[in-house]
Design a protein around this ligand. Structure first.
Ligand code: SF4
Ligand code: SF4
Ligand code: SF4
Length: 250
């Protein structure tokens, strides 16, 4: 898939919501931006400027412990797809599905010259996940302890409403499970067994995917997101979903 395709995809962003719902969404967005240092402001400016802009708003603690998050150092990705392979093996992802993939685009750098850029994508474990809000059976939910957006396969009736609501195309229908499947930060396969890293982060030879606890000031993810001059952004901030997957360069 190309980045342009992701950008063009229809989604349930604030623009498609009824006005009252939309106001609620935007209000939450504003509040949550203050709480999480995530969301649209980060797409435009560095973390320090975000705090500057939010002066006067009381910053609360990260609500989950651990507050799992991933920072993707995008320009380091060499498209080797070892992350994808590790994810498939670890989480038994069928050939037709995916929990993570690498998007690519060509950036013009001269009259006939292009530079290819790669962008790993996965579920963003959004702080305000549209998928969770629309699920009629609560088969998908935000874990109260870790903030991971989980699936309870038994409860899924396969209506695919969550697939349509996800602005990031992060879900697929698993024929064998007869349920929707998606990235769960390797919770069942690794984190719950004491592993500190997800399979994709552990497999990446270029140290692109940094995984950890955003509520721990000593963690790599915390340090990267809060580094004063570093520009950090999230994908499609206008949806108000407030991702927990951040992008940066360098
Ligand atoms: S990226 Fe999509 S599937 Fe993941 S939490 Fe956000 S809305 Fe849900
Ligand atoms: S965190 Fe785990 S489930 Fe998610 S994309 Fe990476 S390897 Fe796959
Ligand atoms: S393993 Fe790392 S470098 Fe290779 S495709 Fe995945 S993110 Fe990119």
């Amino acid at each position: 898939m190309k980045i342009e395709d992701l950008e063009r995809m229809k989604n349930e962003g604030p623009e498609s919501l009824p006005s009252e719902e939309r106001r609620k969404f935007l209000k939450m967005g504003l509040v949550v931006t203050g709480v999480f240092a995530g969301g649209s402001v980060l797409s435009l400016t560095s973390a320090r400027n975000v705090y500057g802009a939010l002066e006067g708003i009381k910053l609360k603690k990260y609500p989950y412990k651990p507050h799992y998050s991933m920072v993707i150092r995008q320009d380091r990705c060499i498209d080797c797809e070892l992350c994808k392979e590790a994810c498939v093996k670890t989480n038994n992802v069928p050939e037709y599905g995916y929990r993570t993939t690498i998007l690519e685009r060509e950036i013009p750098i001269g009259p006939d010259e292009f530079q290819r850029e790669f962008m790993p994508v996965l579920c963003n474990h959004c702080n305000q996940p549209p998928c969770v809000r629309v699920c009629p059976t609560k088969a998908t939910y935000k874990d109260k302890k870790t903030g991971i957006v989980m699936m309870e396969y038994k409860k899924c009736i396969g209506c695919k409403t969550c697939m349509a609501a996800c602005p990031y195309n992060a879900r697929y229908f698993n024929e064998e499970k007869r349920a929707i499947d998606k990235c769960n930060f390797c919770f069942d396969t690794r984190l719950s067994k004491g592993e500190k890293l997800t399979a994709c982060a552990a497999a990446c030879p270029a140290d692109v995917r940094i995984f950890g606890d955003l509520s721990d000031p000593e963690s790599r993810v915390y340090k990267l997101v809060h580094e004063p001059e570093r520009v950090v952004w999230v994908l499609r901030p206008e949806t108000g979903a407030l991702p927990n997957v951040y992008y940066t360069k360098g």
